[in-house]
Design a protein around this ligand. Structure first.
Ligand SMILES: O=C(O)CCC(=O)C(=O)O
Length: 267
């Protein structure tokens, strides 16, 4: 497969643990993705229960009762496990442009570990504390897990753009503690790296390819605009769940249909 990234880009990814990929999605693809989020929220009930079983969470400060689907979308916090159930998003996860990118950093045969969309509603979208994504994933080798975070709105300093600590992926998995939104690094760890933090505002359609060992954070949304982003996690062909990760599913990217779409269930 021809290379998509330059040698300099691959070196940046390996040394710093992340790489910004400008314009990974076209304007039209960004619009289609936003429409996909709207469709999934409208297919779900008031509590966010979707017929296919994908997960929809609303921001804690948002009360869904008595709201129309259109109003509920403005309180959306997270969609999870949707690409493996939905044809539009499965075709995005497995798009040749993305597979070529993965090939450059993970080698051939990458698999999808997880699909998420993270939506910070205007003004009430809370911060995701500093963490390493592998704190959530019982897989090995941890060095061969990466996230592809794609901005679906302009991600700015006011609405919660990504922030990273370059080189932190070389520390391996460090201790986490439970925080308001799941695992987080202890404050004392974050303080050690505070002066190395890089903030990464990005245009809609641009992406952050990052090691799942990289320390990262997104702040509260203090703006009046939503901040929608996709986050797909991929692993190399040889990555496997550990003894405690038996529940994890790894999806090969050459499957022509979303593996958990209702019509496929039970096959
Ligand atoms: O998009 C965000 O707000 C942060 C996402 C993130 O770091 C995560 O869910 O692991």
């Amino acid at each position: 497969m021809p290379k998509t990234l330059t040698d300099e880009q691959v070196t940046h990814f390996r040394e710093d643990g992340y790489l910004v990929v400008p314009n990974l999605l076209s304007t039209e693809e960004v619009t289609q993705t936003r429409d996909g989020f709207t469709r999934l929220v409208r297919e779900a009930d008031e509590k966010g229960k979707h017929p296919t079983g994908l997960h929809i969470d609303f921001e804690r400060a948002f009360d869904t009762s008595g709201k129309t689907a259109e109003q509920r979308e403005l309180g959306l916090r997270k969609l999870q496990s949707f690409a493996e159930r939905d044809a539009f998003f499965w075709s995005q996860v497995t798009h040749p442009r993305i597979v070529a990118l993965l090939n450059d950093v993970l080698g051939p045969g990458a698999q999808m570990l997880q699909s998420m969309a993270l939506v910070k509603p205007p003004e009430i979208g809370i911060a995701k504390q500093w963490h390493q994504d592998v704190a959530y994933f019982d897989v090995e080798p941890k060095e061969e897990v990466l996230g592809l975070w794609i901005a679906i709105d302009d991600a700015t300093l006011d609405n919660g753009c990504m922030e990273v600590v370059p080189g932190s992926h070389k520390l391996g998995l460090v201790q986490h503690v439970q925080g308001q939104t799941g695992w987080k690094l202890p404050d004392s760890t974050v303080e050690l790296y505070r002066d190395r933090i890089v903030k990464l505002p990005m245009k809609a359609g641009s992406a952050l390819l990052f090691s799942s060992l990289a320390f990262h954070f997104t702040d509260h949304n203090r703006s009046k605009q939503r901040r929608r982003a996709l986050q797909y996690h991929y692993v190399s062909a040889r990555t496997h769940p550990t003894a405690t990760g038996g529940w994890l599913k790894l999806w090969p990217l050459n499957l022509p249909h979303p593996p958990l779409a209702p019509a496929m269930a039970g096959r």
